[in-house]
Write a protein that binds this ligand. Structure first.
Ligand code: ATP
Length: 364
């Protein structure tokens, strides 16, 4: 079906020696805008780390500082314990051993694909540069397009030329800024998987910026969730999805029903059930965050009484809206099959308590 299947397994651009990358209390801003408010982070050699967060949270700024395109106003950046940016040090991008891939691919339109890839290999004698560039193009499945120009390629193929250019010099660190967001959604999954295969094979340390939580979960060893220039949470995809540190993080990773209640006897008492509320004070207002797939419709008379108000078919799942006494907004449920469930009917609402996340109520 797709045109790229298997390009990840052809040839090799050789492996890199991965570097560790550390940020120490990095602060940066633009005029009155504080883009980074003190970021400390260590990326392990060979790790694939995704910087995730909403628009404007500082992801690109952190990547630009890692690459040396931007110099931080305060704090330090270290590659393998060597300071590359700090109060009295600044190593320029070309001397950091870093490969870059941008959202818009940033290919030179007047150069062939081969010449684009050779651009990053100027330090090598021409014949060696051409050999390395051809190897990198073959690694991304574009050996036959070496002498074509970028505009003759599809968006996905151009992204692969950009990837070949980034990996050809065997960087120890690969930085990618929203590398797939310019691609249509059908191609994006295939290109992402193949790119990940190339990244793993080159063994470079990788930082990928994305605003898409699913993309981060598919790619990352660890995700750094950023919010307003700070790190909100760091962890594996499983950590962030299953144990989000706060309600905003839970909201960022999936749709949640937010059911308010009050803590009594160590449990949160809500109109849809009682849920463990460890660490929350007696009498404190709190919120149960319940994912739509944790709400199961049952026959009327079982569990919590509710009434089905709408049912929407989405292909693999159906989305239900259920009103429950004591709640203003209807609950959203996501079920595989809603056979026999008709809007207007009374039903029972079964909440999978072990999947419910309880947080202190956000400040009003
Ligand atoms: N060159 C600049 N001049 C002024 N403000 C800037 C500049 N670059 C970024 N900013 C501001 O700094 C903040 C962080 O921007 P940054 O691009 O790092 O965020 P981001 O998370 O990458 O967002 P996006 O996903 O939209 O690219 C934002 O408020 C942005 O408007």
């Amino acid at each position: 079906m797709d045109t790229v299947s298997g390009w990840g397994r052809r040839g090799t651009a050789g492996t890199s020696i991965a570097s560790a990358l550390a940020f120490e209390d990095v602060v940066h801003g633009y005029g009155p805008v504080r883009a980074l408010a003190g970021i400390s982070l260590v990326v392990a050699p060979g790790e694939v780390l995704c910087l995730l967060g909403p628009s404007g949270c500082g992801k690109t700024t952190l990547l630009r500082i890692a690459s040396g395109i931007e110099r931080p106003q305060a704090g330090r950046v270290l590659i393998d314990s060597r300071e590359v940016a700090g109060p009295s040090t600044f190593v320029p991008p070309e001397r950091r051993g870093i490969g870059l891939v941008f959202q818009d691919f940033a290919l030179f339109p007047h150069l062939s694909n081969l010449a684009n890839v050779m651009f990053g290999l100027k330090a090598l004698p021409k014949a060696d540069a051409e050999r390395a560039a051809r190897v990198a193009l073959s690694r991304v499945g574009l050996a036959d397009h070496a002498l074509d120009y970028p505009h003759t390629l599809s968006g996905g193929e151009q992204q692969r030329v950009a990837l070949a250019r980034a990996i050809a010099p065997r960087p120890s660190i690969l930085l990618m800024d929203e590398p797939f967001s310019g691609l249509d959604s059908r191609l994006r999954d295939a290109i992402r998987e193949e790119t990940l295969a190339v990244m793993r094979e080159t063994r470079a340390t990788c930082i990928v910026v994305t605003h898409d939580p699913e993309e981060a979960m598919r790619m990352a060893d660890r995700i750094v969730l950023m919010r307003e220039g700070r790190i909100a949470q760091i962890g594996t995809p499983r950590d962030l999805y299953q144990a989000p540190a706060d309600l905003d993080t839970a909201r960022f990773f999936s749709d949640v029903n937010e059911v308010p209640g009050v803590v009594q006897g160590g449990r949160l008492i809500t109109p849809v059930g009682y849920f463990a509320a460890p660490g929350l004070a007696e009498g404190a207002p709190a919120v149960a965050a319940i994912r739509p797939q944790s709400i199961l419709p049952r026959p009327a008379g079982m569990c919590v009484p509710g009434r089905l108000v709408s049912r929407r078919y989405l292909g693999e799942v159906e989305l239900l809206e259920i009103v429950v006494q004591g709640m203003e907004a209807p609950l959203k449920a996501r079920v595989r099959s809603a056979e026999g469930l008709h809007p207007g009917r009374d039903i029972g609402v079964d909440v999978t308590a072990s999947e419910v996340l309880v947080f202190a109520a956000p400040a009003a």
